[in-house]
Each structure stands twice: as structure tokens, then as C-alpha cells.
Ligand binder design. Sequence first.
Ligand code: ADP
Length: 246
Amino acid sequence: MSVVRVRELRKSFGALRVLDGVDLDVARGEVVVVMGPSGSGKTTLIRCLNLLEQPESGTVEVCGTRIDCSAVPRRRTVRELRGRTAMVFQQFNLFPHLTALQNVMEGPVSVRRVPREQAARVGRALLERVGLGDKCDCYPAKLSGGQKQRVAIARALAMEPEVILFDEPTSALDPELHAEVLQVMRELAAEGMTMVVVTHETAFAREVADRVVFVDGGRVIEQGPPESFFGAPGHPRVRAFLRVVG
Ligand code: ADP
């Protein structure tokens, strides 16, 4: 069964057509890595999946909640769709005035009306799970970039999403901090989390992805399991891209 099902997705910014008819299916437990040149629309694509960007046409469906993007979506349907997805951003987007634990608790308490005590208990366990059990009371300013991103992953998990969308989760980090974030993502994948990951981390894609999707010119021009995607790419633009990123 597909967790995510996207059909004919189109999105422009002014005169710039960024997505030009994208189809994408993600199965339960699947890890899909989205690659492509800078500016090809990868971030826009995953932001459209939870309607952080409003597509102009096409359909987005997450676990049976379906949005026809050419009409104004009902607020309840948007809320439902957002409840099934969580996003991990390049720049972490933590609340600076809240501790790590308070950041993780914020969504469950204010959106899902989980009692504070329960949210704190779950939040501590999630911070433990991403290796930050001793940082619950730290403010983001006192954390490294890698630690901040792990808090952001714990915060995403706290919403019990059906799918987590990662938007270049390591690209704002110093190289020596990539590994700790990728390790947490690797563990999530092994536990069966459904994940869509925009990243240039080819080693991660080779090892963890079930499928690599290549976006160029607003369309998916190639996709396949990492062995064939990296081993025998068919499209000349994919071959050119891989020559550069390795
Ligand atoms: P990628 O993630 O592949 O680098 P993006 O989805 O971020 O690409 O951007 C695709 C194109 O859309 C780029 O040309 C970018 O400048 C443009 N773009 C993205 N977001 C906006 C926006 N909010 N307003 C105007 N242009 C945008």
C-alpha cells in the first residue's frame, strides 16, 4: 500500500515552472532518496507533500487523505494530511526559547492535546533514542548543529507521523557532524519508518535508500534501486550529475 501518492503535481513561482507534472509513490516502510541538481525543485516537491507549498494542480495523497490541488483544500483535510507527515528542515527550525525537551513536547501538547506529563515522558524517551537523553534541558544555542538536528528528528517522531520528510538534513552541518545525524536516520529506516529524504549524501543513498528518485527540470527523469541508479544510470543528465557528486 502507498503511504504517499502524488500525481501530476505542478507548481510555479511566478513565471518559473518548478514542478512540471511529478508522479511519486512511496510504500509503507520505504526510504526514498530524492536527488537532482540544485534548483531542480526537490525541496519544493517535499514541501508540497504537506502543503507547506500549495501546488497549483495535481493530487497529493497521504494514507488515504487526498488533496486535489487545483481546488482550495478544506482546512480539515489539510490538517489531517499534516498530521500524517512530519518535516525535518535543513536549518532545524527549533524554537530558540524552548529547551530540547520543550521543543519535542510542543507539537504533541499544542496540536494533539497530549497531557504535558505524558508528552514529557515520551519526549524524554525520544531524546534518549536519538542519543540526547542528557540534553533534555539544554536550549538550542547550547547544542551543536548535529545535536540540534537530532532534536528536530525527535520532534518529528513525537508527532507519530506516517512519513517523515527530510529536506537536506545534513547540508547546514559541518562535515564531521553529518555522521551522527545519518546514523539516527539509518536506525529509523531499519525500524521501518517511511522516509522521503532530499540529500546529496550518495553514500547514505547507496546504503539506506530503497529507491533513488532523480528530479530535473521539474520532472522525475529517472528512478530505481540504488544499485541500478548508481551502477547503471540510463539518463545522460543523471550520469553527468553523478560524475560531479560521486
Ligand atoms: P532544490 O531543492 O532542488 O535546490 P528548490 O525546490 O529549492 O530546488 O527550488 C526550485 C526553484 O524554485 C529555484 O529556482 C528556486 O529559486 C525557486 N524557488 C523556491 N522557492 C521559492 C519561493 N518561495 N519563491 C520564489 N522562487 C522559489
